[in-house]
Write a protein that binds this ligand. Structure first.
Ligand code: G6P
Length: 367
């Protein structure tokens, strides 16, 4: 096992470091001469043109990818997107648009609820596309079309590199759909692809700075609760950051749409409660800052996660992590990295079994 960990203490840390490569491979698998070519996936332009609605169905972190994708696809492609938990979708007798496309996202391709949702969709005669990591898995075999993420085998129960490659696959679909449906210009298309190509190196840079997060995480190891707040794509990032924290560090954590705080959660903020604000979306920055100020005035200890340049956050936050800028649609790919590292280092500081957290399985093949 030590050899498999390639010098890292845990698989999770090894897999965090594999993200630039995994994301780059996934992108390059569909790039030909600077443009996307989705023929291996079998997505013809006609399939795209016909699609009037997208449903994304998944569990766990893959569902969180779906929440990001919902914002990105709706904004770029201008068609409605619904994202649903597979365990809910499968039992609610969904009414699906005949010209809709159901996208099932799954690392393992074996998650029971996601597979059942796929079968329910097919029984209704609706087209399906799997975003799957494991070649030949049940979802890969049964979906009409498959977009394989090239994360490679993921051992740690808490996903990192598979999540990052699923995000990349979602961006690629969003950009290609937008191009075919003429909702972006040729110039935007090229710029978006260039932004995606720059992401692996930016992830690398964030990982290089990991000691700073380690220091902060060690200080937070005794936290009882953590609240992750943000708006829009930042809210979707919060969901994943919060899950990472609870699943491997056993810290009670919640992701909250920042604007909803005042409808309940703010009553839980006391002296020293850890609140992590995610602020990568320029239009929402001031709004989320004001929510952080509200938490601070109730005694919260604030961490801010934002892009370089937003230095005014230091007036509010006690600790700030800056990440590089990319196009705002793709910022989740960068913002998730410090949050993965936070979960990891809090878990290590508490002496927990990072790769095999209690009560959890890598692949949930039973209901
Ligand atoms: C488990 C894993 C998660 C994963 C989820 C969905 O809960 O611990 O990391 O996101 O299952 O798995 P899938 O294989 O369908 O992506």
């Amino acid at each position: 096992e030590a050899a498999e960990k390639a010098g890292y203490e845990h698989f999770m840390m090894k897999e965090i470091h594999e993200q630039p490569r995994a994301v780059k491979d996934t992108l390059n698998s569909v790039l030909k001469d600077g443009k996307f070519d989705l023929t291996d996936i079998g997505l013809a332009e006609e399939d795209i043109r016909r699609t009037s609605q997208i449903y994304i169905v998944a569990c766990g972190s893959a569902y969180h990818v779906g929440v990001v994708a919902q914002y990105v696809i709706e904004d770029l492609v201008k068609i409605p997107v619904r994202v649903e938990l597979a365990s809910e979708f499968r039992y609610r007798k969904p009414i699906l648009d005949p010209n809709g496309l159901v996208i099932i996202i799954s690392q393992s391709g074996e998650t029971a609820d996601s597979l059942a949702a796929l079968r329910e969709t097919k029984a209704q005669g609706i087209r399906t596309l799997g975003i799957v990591n494991v070649v030949g898995s049940s979802i890969a075999r049964e979906a009409d079309k498959v977009f394989y993420t090239l994360a490679g085998p993921e051992i740690s129960v808490a996903t990192t590199k598979a999540y990052s490659t699923q995000l990349m696959a979602s961006y690629i679909l969003a950009i290609e759909f937008a191009k075919v449906k003429n909702t972006i210009t040729e110039e935007q298309y090229e710029n978006y692809i260039a932004e995606l190509q720059a992401i692996p190196e930016k992830i690398e840079k964030i990982i290089e700075d990991k000691e700073r997060i380690q220091w902060f995480a060690a200080k937070q190891a005794n936290a009882k609760d953590a609240f992750f707040v943000g708006r829009g794509i930042d809210y979707a990032i919060c969901m994943e950051g919060s899950l990472k924290m609870k699943e491997i560090s056993y810290v009670h954590s919640e992701a909250y749409a920042a604007g909803e705080l005042k409808h309940g959660t703010i009553s839980l903020i006391e002296d020293g409660t850890l609140v992590i604000g995610v602020l990568t979306q320029p239009e929402l920055y001031e709004k989320t800052i004001s929510n952080m100020v509200e938490c601070k005035s109730r005694g919260a200890y604030l961490m801010g996660l934002t892009t370089y340049g937003n230095y005014s956050i230091e007036d509010t936050a006690d600790f700030v992590v800056y990440i590089p800028k990319t196009d705002e649609h793709f910022e989740a790919s960068l913002a998730v990295i410090p949050l993965q590292l936070m979960g990891y280092y809090v878990s290590v500081a508490k002496g927990l079994d990072v790769d095999k957290p209690r009560n959890l399985a890598k692949s949930v093949t039973v209901e």
